[in-house]
Design a protein around this ligand. Sequence first.
Ligand SMILES: N[C@@H](CCC(=O)N[C@@H](CS)C(=O)NCC(=O)O)C(=O)O
Length: 264
Amino acid sequence: MLTVYHHNISVCAQKVRLVLAEKNVPWESRHVDLERGEQLTPEYLRIHPKGFVPAIVHDGNIVIESTLICEYLDDVFPEPPLKPKDHAAIARMRLWPKAVDDGLHFAIGSISHAAAFMPYLKKSMTVEQIEERLKRMPDKGRSARQIELLHRGLDAGFVRDGLKLYDKSIGEMEVALERGPWLFGEQFTLADIALIPYIERLDRLGMARFWEPHRPRVAAWFARMRARPSFATAIEAYAPIGFSDMLKAEGVDLWPQVEKALAS
Ligand SMILES: N[C@@H](CCC(=O)N[C@@H](CS)C(=O)NCC(=O)O)C(=O)O
């Protein structure tokens, strides 16, 4: 029995759903309502003490942290394998999920909040009300960052750093894709799964110019990824439309601001 605690547009949850879809493993869904703070209930904190999605419970065993969950699922459900065979190659492949955990995850959170989530909240709340709510967050460092996002948007220093990190990482993807259709050559691996939600989110935010038109291999990789049945099952089915699509729908183009941040 496999239960997955997830959220429809969480990038980390998307990775786990992608692995499950690639392996065609049945699972039971527990959607955690992050907007209503369900991740902080005592029941959920018993599963994930940090109050994050995703988490899985497999035959009574709890596994947390999306990268570790993906690895676990690949070990327990080996077909089709999502890792190379050779140990040295596995270590190199793991540099991609590590890059996500070391920086891109933080970056996409900041960029998404600055570009779309904060403007979305501002539609129903005043800046003062949002600030009041953010001040109540238990993690004071995070609270301070969110307040900075609220006021400075894409101009906040750590958002600029996130945009620059993305630019560098997408440049590295373009180079890696010289060797084959996937990040690790001919084989589709956990490296592709680790990155796709983070590229998909940028696309939804209207920031495809990170790779279009000057990084054609990344563009082709993204198109190949979107054509896989797992993309429809694990990503599109859960978020046909979300507030990350708001900018495109409203015709807002943040690219001039992104370009300015990248040049700063
Ligand atoms: N390193 C963790 C990060 C998990 C994480 O940041 N999850 C976000 C959604 S993508 C979350 O649950 N946020 C809830 C919150 O911020 O309260 C992982 O990869 O699983």
